[in-house]
Design a protein around this ligand. Structure first.
Ligand SMILES: Cc1ncc(C[n+]2csc(CCOP(=O)(O)OP(=O)(O)O)c2C)c(N)n1
Ligand SMILES: [Mg+2]
Length: 1026
């Protein structure tokens, strides 16, 4: 149906043929502008939609005829000329087509036809034959890849559920043609380029040319793409006669690259035969493939390429694509090397790399970075995208002409991992697009020990890419020239259309999963075949020698030359005594940012005040409560919210949203870019933020007041994301990696949703610096709190984050009082806070940028506190000289007679307000002190000690609203005990242990709340307990 609609639409005259580029640019311009209006790409008004003979099959043919007719009415058969002229003249449905006049009689409806073009003789047979040829051409274009010779082992059993492919000289009957037609000459439809400069060909030749284009070493999957221009572009890239011809120079370069790729693995195998390296054997053409993409992209103006890849062939890519010094790679095999940098490091096939060099083919500078990644396959995909986006953003590359990404995948992982799909779905979103990624799949037809037939339900491992209309080029990796050709086309595709594209290198895995693995246990027949398989280098060298492109001697010299390079590097590597993980950094921060001193240390170890002047607070408050553009009508409810904000500014107080505004606004004014991303962040899940205002009268007209703070401010990006956590958090982490001078925040819709991004948290955010010596200041905003909303939406699982802190609970840190806070921060793997006031939230966000290093920050953010009348902060708490408070001591009546205080209740977050209300109700303001631990990790041992010393006669209680096996208790208890040197026990007031985070019953929720409040204020509750 869709095709028919499209065809029908296109049966309207077009003023000028639009190029694909101009179409996609128009779309991007529309989405990138302030209005963010998505222009409809097509309109559907043609009267010919009701033509009785237009159906799904013939519509394609008609479409082609129409285009040809537009260009030259004489290029189509007279009957079509008449039809199109009549259709354009507005003929009613059914009348544009003129059948031959009945014998001896006047045609019905003659009066109607008077204004139309004269009637023609019967053309049915002619149309039928041409339709047949058209169908045949189309069959090759759609399904030629089913019979292309893609598998070097020739054992592939790709399961195509549909009917067998009806192509070839022997199957013309299927189309209503017969053998006698093979030598008839047919006019070629305009949707094929097999004719070259000829517009007609004999059927036999048509078939042979289609076989050459679609059924050799390349299988092209593209006919699902909804854009005619893009389809035409691909057709001409693969159908034009003579496209697969290479110069002598190109062939020799290709051979040299194959030599490097192959001999590198052989060298490693010779020297370290018992080491795991996840070699590339069986897919050696990956190296020339990547190099071709890089050469071509550099030719098209790309200056920086960010790559992500799994284990397979990674060392080879580092050596021969990124050009990491070989001795640096070889010394990684020496287990006795001492690490020079702090951190625990990572295995060699996970480390990243950054390198700027001259591209020999284009003579231009190019920066290549391979991102470090965890074992978790595909997890790095969104991270690469985020970093690419950030680099594009910082250099003003709005179309991705200068910075691009390449992602490599294994066949099993590409099909199996959901994050691949999530990443594809970011690829065309305005705030997440990187303007096209080139995906290269090392499709060795196996995943560890598992066959594709039990590993995926799709025919190809690449089917997931169809979701974004990315063309897929399958290629037999044993045909290096075909590989080079598709890689060139892929790079051109990206440069032309700025859309994703996939190169599927169909290959095999010569060894087991790693070099120690026995593949015959599980794939005996496949491996019998592999053992017989001649190496691709040998095959290609023999081909070139036979062609006379190189001599055997030249080939052998090339091998000897590279072997010598490896040997020399190996000798040098033995001199390496120290392993510098820093040399494997994938994202060094730009020198101009000057964030660190030359030796990589922070410039100072002090955190300046994070407060602002009264004037700044007033100004940002004003922006937050106004609409800074003319003639913009906002919703009445929002007017009230803004008025409320203005009133707060008048009274010098902030609620949560205004506190956040103050932090963002001031950082932007000071030149720090801010990017806030996540589901519904623009308005805020709880309708408190409203950073994007919507004109109530003009569709999609928006205003972002935060971008109106000051003339030279940094830009503010706030973007509702796709409904993904894994993909989007990974993306933001990558964005934050690119520069220390940006506050990048990801907000979960509710805190518990972060667990679908657990891999990014566990594998990147928590241990990133320890594994890969790279700092990252990403902020996670996780709405958290027990509000009686049921087991979901309540807990952001603080216990999990706290459990992963690298701090020793049993050791009181030995830092001087002045440096205590900042040293703790410097040493930690991440910072975890649960702020109880807007002012403290404001300070911790500003501290994130003003502190002299970068650490991830996890913020448990409130829900009910967003509108709680007591959860407001006075401007006084945000003025110059004020700081983030790691602990907020009790400042009430207990301070007057601390000796008389019987209990000190430590808590964090929202429960504080429940505790103070209960204390007041019970008249215990003099006997129970309440201290808020705002920064949970690093634990403020020093400030907790001040509190425990202040109330020497008080027992210590930890109170939390979460269940006992959740929340903070297990984390806080040993630390509190360390603080008091185990002189006083730590008691617990909170919900009992439970499997679910909260009850689904509101009444039960309230009973539980009252019960633990009773415990917290019952001074005898713990009597008799040891
Ligand atoms: C998310 C994840 N699950 C499981 C593994 C364990 N694992 C490592 S390699 C591998 C097979 C990968 O197959 P494929 O993607 O085809 O790559 P190949 O090794 O064949 O190059 C598996 C299952 C992993 N590393 N990551
Ligand atoms: Mg595989």
């Amino acid at each position: 149906m869709h095709r028919l609609r499209t065809t029908v639409v296109r049966l309207r005259p077009i003023a000028a043929p639009q190029t694909a580029k101009s179409q996609s640019q128009a779309r991007l311009a529309a989405v990138g502008g302030a209005l963010r209006t998505f222009q409809p790409m097509r309109s559907y008004t043609a009267s010919v939609s009701a033509e009785p003979f237009l159906n799904g099959t013939s519509s394609n043919y008609v479409e082609e005829m129409y285009y040809a007719w537009l260009e030259n009415p004489r290029s189509v058969h007279k009957s079509w000329d008449i039809f199109f002229r009549n259709a354009n003249a507005g003929a009613p449905p059914g009348a544009a087509y003129q059948s031959p006049p009945p014998l001896g009689g006047a045609a019905l409806g003659l009066a109607n036809a008077q204004a139309m073009v004269g009637v023609q003789p019967n053309v049915e047979k002619l149309v039928e034959d041409h339709l047949a040829v058209q169908s045949l051409v189309r069959a090759y274009q759609v399904r030629g890849h089913h019979i292309a010779k893609l598998d070097p082992l020739d054992i592939s059993v790709v399961d195509f559920d549909e009917a067998p492919v009806m192509v070839g000289l022997k199957k013309v009957e299927f189309y209503g043609l017969d053998e006698s037609d093979l030598d008839k000459v047919f006019r070629l439809p305009t949707t094929t380029f097999i004719g070259g400069s000829e517009s007609t060909l004999p059927l036999r030749e048509i078939i042979q040319r289609l076989e050459m284009a679609y059924c050799q070493s390349i299988g092209v999957e593209f006919m699902f793409i909804n854009d005619l221009e893009q389809c035409q572009w691909i057709r001409q890239k693969f159908e034009r006669p003579g496209i697969m011809q290479f110069t002598l120079e190109e062939k020799r370069t290709l051979l040299a690259r194959m030599v490097r790729s192959t001999r590198f693995e052989e060298f490693l195998q010779r020297k370290w035969s018992s080491e795991k390296r996840f070699g590339l054997e069986g897919c050696e053409s990956l190296i020339p493939a990547l190099k071709t993409i890089i050469d071509k992209s550099s030719m098209n103006g790309v200056e920086s390429i960010i790559m992500g890849m799994p284990h397979r062939g990674r060392l080879n890519v580092l050596a021969n694509v990124i050009r990491k010094e070989l001795d640096q790679i070889f010394c990684q095999f020496d287990s006795k090397l001492e690490a020079a940098d702090e951190g625990s490091g990572d295995v060699k096939y996970h480390l990243g790399m950054w390198h700027r060099r001259i591209n020999r083919v284009t003579d231009r500078n190019i920066t290549l970075s391979l991102m470090a990644n965890p074992s978790h396959l595909e997890a790095v995909d969104p991270v690469v995208q985020g970093k690419t986006k950030a680099e594009q953003f910082y250099c003003g590359d709005t179309e991705g002409n200068r910075v691009m990404s390449i992602l490599l995948h294994g066949d099993a992982a590409f099909a199996g991992q959901g994050v691949v799909y999530e990443t594809f779905h970011l690829s065309d979103l305005p705030s997440y697009t990187t303007h096209g990624t080139i995906h290269v799949v090392v499709n060795n037809q196996i995943g560890f020990t598992t066959d594709p037939r039990v590993a995926r339900s799709s025919s190809y491992p690449t089917d997931v890419a169809k979701v974004v209309n990315a063309p897929i080029f399958h290629v037999n990796a044993d045909d290096p020239e075909a590989v080079m050709y598709v890689c060139n086309v892929a790079a051109e595709w990206r440069a032309t259309f700025h859309k994703d594209v996939v190169v599927d290198l169909v290959c095999y895995r010569r060894n087991g999963h790693n070099e120690m693995d026995e593949p015959m246990f599980t794939q005996p027949l496949m491996y019998k075949q592999i053992k017989k398989q001649k190496g691709v280098l040998q095959k290609y060298a023999e081909k070139l020698i036979a062609e006379g492109a190189v001599t055997r001697q030249e080939y052998e010299e090339e091998i000897a030359k590279y072997d010598k390079i490896c040997e020399e590097a190996h000798t040098r590597s033995k001199d390496e005594k120290i392993l510098h993980i820093k040399h494997w950094l994938d994202s060094p921060w730009p020198v101009c940012v000057c964030f660190f001193k030359m030796d990589g240390q922070p410039k100072s170890m002090t955190s300046p005040s994070t407060g602002l002047t009264e004037e700044e607070l007033g100004h940002i408050g004003h922006i937050a409560s106004s609409v800074p553009v003319e003639d913009f009508t906002i919703h009445g409810g929002l007017s009230r919210i803004l008025k409320g904000r203005a009133a707060m500014v008048g009274q010098r107080v902030c609620d949560w949203a205004l506190g956040e505004y103050m932090a963002f606004g001031s950082l932007l004014k000071e030149g720090t870019h801010i990017r806030l991303s996540g589901q519904d962040v623009e308005r805020g899940t709880f309708s408190h933020r409203h950073h994007v205002l919507h004109d109530q009268n003009v569709d999609k007209r928006i205003c972002i007041p935060m971008n109106h703070i000051a003339p030279n401010q940094a830009p503010y990006t706030v973007c509702n994301s796709s409904l993904s956590e894994y993909g989007v958090l990974g993306f933001e982490l990558g964005f934050a990696m690119a520069s220390p001078n940006a506050l990048v925040l990801w907000e979960a819709q509710f805190g518990d949703f972060h667990n679908t991004a657990q891999c990014i948290i566990d594998q990147f955010i928590c241990p990133g610096q320890a594994k890969w010596v790279r700092q990252n200041g990403i902020v996670l905003l996780l709405p958290h709190g027990m509000e009686g909303m049921g087991p979901e939406h309540s807990s952001a699982r603080p216990e999990r984050f706290l459990q992963m802190c690298n701090e020793d609970p049993d050791a009181y840190p030995k830092f001087s009082a002045e440096e205590f806070a900042v040293r703790q921060l410097y040493d930690c793997n991440w910072i975890i806070v649960n702020c109880s006031t807007p002012a403290n939230y404001f300070h911790v966000l500003r501290r994130q940028i003003l502190q002299p290093f970068r650490k991830p920050l996890i913020v448990f953010t409130p829900k009910s506190l967003l509108r709680h009348p007591d959860a407001k902060s006075n401007f006084d708490d945000m003025l110059t000289g004020t700081h983030f408070q790691r602990l907020i001591p009790d400042s009430g009546p207990v301070c007057e007679k601390p000796d008389g205080v019987k209990r000190i209740v430590f808590c964090t977050g929202k429960v504080y307000y429940e505790l103070t209300r209960e204390r007041k109700n019970r008249g215990m303001d003099n006997t129970v002190a309440i201290a808020r631990i705002e920064q949970l990790s690093p634990f403020p041992f020093d400030q907790v000690k001040v509190e425990t010393d202040r109330y020497p006669n008080a027992d210590l209680v930890w109170c939390q609203e979460e269940h006992k096996n959740q929340g903070y208790y297990d984390y806080v208890k040993p630390r509190l005990r360390t603080t008091v040197d185990r002189t006083r026990p730590v008691r617990y007031a909170g919900r009992g242990p439970a499997a679910a985070p909260a009850t689904g019953n509101k009444a039960a929720h309230l009973v539980e709340l009252q019960r633990f409040l009773d415990t917290a204020f019952n001074l005898d509750a713990f009597t008799g307990q040891s």
